[in-house]
Ligand binder design. Structure first.
Ligand SMILES: [Zn+2]
Length: 426
């Protein structure tokens, strides 16, 4: 996962651009991937695919030719999708088009104007504060032309056509945690599922893993695959997984679907520090397109967004030139990949235990009794889970009712299945 980050992070991955295409082509060499292409101008529901954007050259100079900032030094110096502009402007006009980061005085901010177009440059607050000349020269040579928006799709077929979606966004020039880390974790999950000791035919669900330019990529894909939407039973958007915070799980629009219950009860077993946030309260991204009217696929999102009371939420370096490989570690990416695999394992196991028994099970007689004096919580979970095994609740629902993790409920249920006391039904 580290090589994905080190090889791709510096590419100017604007939403429809050569940099984005190169990054996607690189990923397509690692796993079997279909690349869907949507040409500029294609109507996608209420949206339209934008032009390809290229910045050839951009800089800001004093009138005597001293260069103050240059796109060649950092692609964030130009607003993504900035209009071209060349001329001498007053200090006042320049400042109206020169963006800075709200919190980090030495960082260059990431600013994009995909649809409300204007010309613009970005600089550190420190540089902006040093501008005292009455006039400056601005040169922005950008090109808008027909191109194709690209979505990468990895399909891992299971027994059922019912589909679970994983998604991450590959756009954002020269940044890492948002959201190259989501892409790296998604690729790690893809590689693990594809090389799994389990033949993939053992999977109950089909998995579609999507790599998109944010928002417009999901809209383009969904609008061109409307027939797949009724088969999408749930999903998980992956983002901001490299920084040092516990996992955050943001619920779906409905918030109480089987996917919400399964992933949350399972995440508590995988990362005891993890926290839950309702829909739109942690971070907003492509999951909004899947949860939206006319689609309503319950898609959650997994991130390491800082806790709600953090003043630097979602994370300190968000949308800035400080979002570099230095703020993420391979270890956290591996942890997150394993968490995602654990969540998918729970989703596969979210069956309904149907009782073959009547009355309370004679636990000692079955050799499954747990001594409450030695392990009171184990004893409690055993008996509380057993009494809910009547075919009306799934494993996740039982875990929720009992107030335990998915994994603890599963341990009891699978033991009962081994003993022939329950049947696990999909
Ligand atoms: Zn972003």
């Amino acid at each position: 996962m580290n090589s994905i980050i080190s090889d791709l992070w510096q590419l100017p991955r604007d939403i429809v651009s050569d940099g984005y295409d190169r990054a996607l082509a690189y990923l397509a060499e690692r796993v079997p991937m279909t690349i869907h292409e949507y040409p500029t101008g294609t109507p996608v529901w209420t949206w339209r695919v934008p032009e390809k954007w290229t910045c050839e050259e951009a800089y800001l100079e004093t009138l005597d030719g001293r260069r103050l900032l240059d796109y060649a030094d950092h692609p964030l110096h130009v607003v993504s999708y900035s209009l071209p502009f060349e001329g001498v402007v007053s200090r006042e006009e320049l400042l109206a088009h020169l963006h800075v980061h709200p919190r980090l005085p030495d960082a260059i901010p990431f600013v994009f104007k995909y649809y409300e177009r204007d010309w613009g440059l970005c600089a550190s607050q420190t540089l902006r504060d040093s501008l005292t000349d009455p006039r400056y020269r601005v040169v922005i040579r950008t090109r808008f032309e027909p191109g194709t928006l690209k979505v990468g799709e990895i399909v891992i077929p299971g027994q059922s056509e019912e589909t679970f979606i994983l998604a991450a966004h590959l756009c954002h020039p020269h940044m890492v945690n948002d959201d190259l880390t989501g892409v790296a974790v998604l690729m790690g999950v893809a590689e693990a599922l594809l090389s799994s000791n389990l033949p993939t035919s053992n999977l109950r669900y089909t998995y579609r893993l999507l790599i998109v330019p944010e928002t417009i990529g999901s809209v383009a894909y969904l609008s061109h695959n409307e027939d797949l939407i009724p088969k999408m039973v749930g999903g998980l958007f992956l983002e901001m997984l490299g920084n040092d915070s516990p996992h955050a799980l943001q619920g779906s629009f409905y918030g109480d679907t089987p996917v919400d219950k399964t992933l949350w009860t399972a995440l508590r077993g995988l990362d005891p520090q993890a926290y839950w946030g309702d829909y739109r309260t942690v971070i907003g991204n492509d999951e909004r397109q899947f949860n939206a009217p006319g689609v309503r696929v319950p898609m959650l999102s997994l991130s390491r967004v800082e806790l709600p009371d953090s003043p630097t939420r979602p994370y300190r370096e968000y949308h800035s030139s400080f979002d570099t490989p230095a703020i993420v570690t391979e270890e956290r990416l591996r942890e997150s990949r394993d968490v995602v695999l654990g969540l998918l394992e729970a989703w596969e196991r979210n069956l309904y235990p149907v009782n073959n028994f009547k009355g309370e099970i004679f636990a000692s007689g079955q050799g499954i009794w747990i001594d409450y004096r030695i392990n009171p919580e184990g004893h409690r979970v055993l008996f509380r889970v057993m009494e809910h095994c009547d075919g009306t609740l799934s494993v996740a629902e039982i875990a929720e009712k009992v107030g335990t993790t998915f994994q603890a409920a599963w341990d009891v249920v699978s033991l009962l299945a081994e003993k022939g006391l329950v049947e696990l039904v999909g």
